[in-house]
Design a protein around this ligand. Sequence first.
Ligand code: GAR
Length: 234
Amino acid sequence: MIPASESRVPSPESRQLPIAVLASGRGSNLAALLDAHAAGKLPVEFKLVAGDHAGAPALRNAEAHGIPTFALEPKSFANRREFDEALFANVAASGAGLVVLAGFMRIIDPLVTAQWTGRMINIHPSLLPKYRGLHTHRKVLRHGDAEHGASVHFVSAELDGGPVIAQARIDVRADDTEESLAARLLPFEHRLMVACVAAIARGMLCQRDGRTWFNGAPLAAPLKLDGDGRLAAA
Ligand code: GAR
């Protein structure tokens, strides 16, 4: 029996980890997951793609791939908790063992995050713990940082908090704008997302006692994405 303090997602290579993806908009990270799956590089089964905007391109793309989708309209609910409970009741009913937040631009109620501890990850466009929340590219430029990046982390009740799993880094150039930074970072986000989901699906990564564990040991620092798109110790 797995202790209460540990939440592991077991998935031998022969098995497909059932996942649900939540996305609010464009869905390029979802597209990266779908491409990796189609290439046989991601041992998952897409149970559901859901979001908070019925017209989101991410949902259209999922439909085109034959994946069940739905969107809930936040305005139809009395408050955040009711919205999240309805959303995650559907996620749980889908049979997903892992929830992937791929550009899902909502804060999630702590009651719900507690139910999915160790089974929900998020991608965020900064080198966490730097720059939680919105406008990360702008903040990097304002602070004159030499480096920018993206992080994948387990989700906790804290916005963009939770144990970091892995990060991808890029240099900031003298002529960078918010737009150029976002555009240069995005392909790294895609590789990072695919690598993290694949490692969780293969049972190499889990959250235990509030930390990220990789291959049976707690991480002292987030994993880094190497040039081949693989996760490596920092
Ligand atoms: C990505 O850049 C992702 O890191 C960011 O939203 C974008 C979604 O793009 N997420 C956050 O800022 C969450 N805090 P996509 O819809 O093309 O995947």
